[in-house]
Design a protein. Structure first.
Length: 100
């Protein structure tokens, strides 16, 4: 199975640095996204029409909640530490992030 082979150009140390930066700035980015873009963006009529027509986040509360929880679970699996204590290792074939 070719998708289980890690390409030679993959640098797990660089991936780990990216994960570290993502996690370090996640609270601030989350607040900025919520207060500056989502609330403002969802109040613009043209954007709301796109959301309605695609049924994105407006179809069913349970489905929306499931989608959001599923996304959070994927992120948690991808960032889960392994025996090596580096969360980037969870992205290797067979590990939690890869399986998610």
């Amino acid at each position: 199975r070719h998708y289980e082979q890690i390409p030679s150009w993959v640098d797990f140390d660089q991936i780990q640095r990216g994960i570290d930066v993502f996690l370090a700035y996640l609270p601030a980015a989350g607040c900025a996204l919520y207060y500056r873009s989502l609330v403002g963006g969802f109040s613009i009529p043209k954007i709301v029409e796109v959301l309605k027509s695609t049924r994105y986040l407006v179809s069913d509360r349970q489905k929306t909640l499931y989608r959001l929880i599923d996304t959070g679970g994927l992120l948690a699996a991808c960032f889960a530490p392994t025996e090596s204590r580096l969360s980037a290792a969870s992205l290797r074939p067979g590990c939690r992030g890869w399986l998610a």
